[in-house]
Ligand binder design. Structure first.
Ligand code: ATP
Ligand code: MG
Length: 561
């Protein structure tokens, strides 16, 4: 496996260590990642993937990929493929251990028959609505089904006929005979099988009944002899039910350990919500760079390394918490700071004419590719009489603290010269169309021989050498950190400015050959990545991965003061 061992320990690793001391599970460590193929993976899944595959790696164990494909209504082969792509991209490998719950449908059916034969399960013919009514409430015990005491023979006959497709959906179910008065509602005769006369993407028309998640999930882990079933905290209540099934069937019993799900502020994480955003076209697709999906983050410019580091950093807890998006952004920034070449790109161009610069002269300026990495070397950037700078690097009536260009002020052009603003030209609307400046030929490379200082350094590109590109700037998907807290529906809280498209950006010429997925730092602007879907050689499109402003570092500093 590509990813390196992490030093982080956590309560799950402690439990595993303790177990190994007593030779629990014969000293084996075997985990699994069990997605339902009903959506794309998101950063929350990445936490679970890093945890399960990471533990297998560090304990010389194994980790399976298993599709929990027990619900043919919501599943799609498109999701199956995307999930595999995303796990590989994250740097993990299930080798030859790719399994499906549907591989075990025969076995599960045998288990169900075993329960019926031992009087531990029965066919119930209450309607869905009645089942719900009979279940009772947290305060009141439920009522036993009229069908609870059917004979074993009758149960076996009905179950067989359910399987053969003789009955309509919803007419019968197979239920465990446990306790309708149990304080844990999940133990009140839970469903084992329901009729769904629907084709399954792997088993075709073979089955007319499908196992319920709770029955199937613990058996899948048991059949695969998983030692540690790591799952999110909401399954704590299901554990007694899993125990009941495994004990009733007297089969191998994995150890379940629950951990808190990852939640991130300013975004949505549930598959249902993501699906809504995609289906109702609030975003362009599952890989929209604003989404916290793995493919969205990838398209946005995130690296697998950064996502793995983030997963380690957030650690593991038993209690739910909301992680700050600023931490995720800090992590990718840290990674790209080391690896991304620096370039100059002007996002909102303003033309600057250097009046005293020779008409046809072009000088090749030496620019550093990455100050964090000397081996990245330098490159030549052409400089000429007409250049572009950022619109907001100029102000006509500048306040005292504005150190960038304003008439009469001198600034440095990165890797080039000092220039001084003489005057600005406006159009009829009062918008600035060009600046006229003069340069000091003595300041080549960015310093003055007489030692005079300037307070600002601006990035720029030579107008006639520049290439044009579209740049997409992203901000939070939601305009509030936690819609739940404000009792709001998440769709009311979508940030209307989550994407801003700039169509006419000017880039230094070296970027003409950049390839989809390539990442850069645009000096002073942030980290950017060539869009893998819409960018073409003749019309480049860049996504802003993250700005340079490190909110997380700022917050940490504030906390320490
Ligand atoms: P749903 O239950 O709505 O289908 P899910 O997010 O639980 O969604 P699964 O496909 O069952 O989807 O998830 C696969 C695995 O990923 C599960 O073991 C689950 O515990 C884990 N997982 C899902 N979301 C998160 C999250 N936000 N943080 C950590 N682990 C998660
Ligand atoms: Mg789930």
């Amino acid at each position: 496996m590509e990813s390196k061992k992490t030093e982080t320990t956590n309560f799950i690793r402690n439990i595993i260590d303790e177990g190994l001391k007593t030779n629990k599970h014969e000293g084996r460590v075997h985990t699994r990642f069990p997605p339902e193929p009903n959506g794309y993976l998101h950063i929350g899944h990445a936490k679970s993937i890093c945890l399960n595959f990471g533990i297998a790696r560090d304990y010389n164990g194994l980790c399976n990929l298993r599709f929990d494909d027990t619900n043919p209504i919501k599943e799609d082969p498109e999701f199956v493929q995307s999930i595999q792509n995303d796990i590989k991209w994250l740097g993990f490998d299930w080798e030859d251990r790719l399994y499906h719950a549907s591989d075990y449908f025969d076995q599960m059916y045998e288990y169900a028959i075993q329960l019926v034969k031992e009087g531990k399960a029965y066919v119930c013919s209450l309607s869905e609505k009645e089942i719900r009514e009979y279940r009772g409430t947290v305060k009141e015990p439920g009522k036993e089904s009229l069908y609870r005491n059917r004979s074993i023979e009758e149960n076996l006959d009905l179950l067989e006929r359910m399987k053969n497709g003789e009955f309509e959906d919803g007419t019968h179910t197979l239920r465990a005979k446990i306790d309708m008065a149990a304080s844990n509602m999940l133990m009140r005769d839970p469903l084992i099988y329901r009729i769904r006369r629907k084709r399954h993407h792997r088993t075709g028309g073979k089955w007319n009944i499908y196992p319920m998640y709770d029955f199937a999930h613990c058996l899948e882990d048991s059949i695969e002899r998983i030692t540690h079933s790591l799952c999110s905290i909401e399954f704590e209540n299901n554990r007694p039910l899993y125990d009941w099934f495994l004990n009733a069937l007297d089969v191998y019993h994995p150890q379940q350990i629950e951990f808190a799900r990852l939640n991130l502020n300013y975004t949505v994480m549930s598959k249902r919500k993501l699906l809504e955003l995609v289906n109702e076209s609030f975003v362009s697709g599952w890989d929209d760079p604003r989404l916290p999906t793995i493919c969205g983050l990838k398209r946005r410019g995130y690296t697998p390394e950064a996502i793995r580091t983030f997963s380690d950093r957030i650690g593991l807890a038993k209690r739910q918490s909301l992680v700050d998006m600023a931490l995720l952004e800090h992590t990718i920034r840290e990674d790209l700071n080391k690896s991304a070449p620096r370039v100059m790109a002007v996002l909102r161009p303003l033309k600057v004419i250097i009046d005293n610069y020779p008409e046809d002269l072009v000088e090749e300026m030496d620019a550093v590719n990455n100050p964090e990495d000397a081996s990245a070397g330098t490159r030549k950037v052409p400089f000429s009489k007409i250049i572009y700078i950022e619109k907001n690097d100029f102000m006509e009536d500048a306040p005292k603290k504005f150190y960038r260009l304003t008439p009469g002020r001198e600034v440095r052009l990165r890797y080039a010269y000092f220039i001084k603003c003489e005057y600005a030209v406006k159009d009829d609307n009062g918008d600035f169309t060009e600046l006229h400046c003069t340069y000091d030929p003595e300041t080549k490379g960015g310093s003055a021989p007489d030692g005079r200082k300037v307070k600002a350094t601006l990035h720029w590109v030579s107008a006639k050498h520049s290439i044009k590109a579209e740049v997409r700037l992203y901000s939070h998907l939601l305009s509030v950190p936690d819609p739940g807290l404000e009792n709001k529906d998440f769709k009311e809280c979508l940030n209307p400015n989550s994407m801003q498209v700039l169509k006419d950006c000017k880039l230094e010429p070296g970027l003409a050959n950049s390839k989809p997925g390539e990442r850069f730092q645009f000096e002073r602007q942030g980290y950017f990545c060539v869009d893998s879907k819409d960018s073409k050689h003749e019309s480049l499109v860049f996504n802003r991965t993250v700005t340079l402003r490190d909110e997380w570092a700022r917050l940490q500093k504030k906390k320490n003061i």
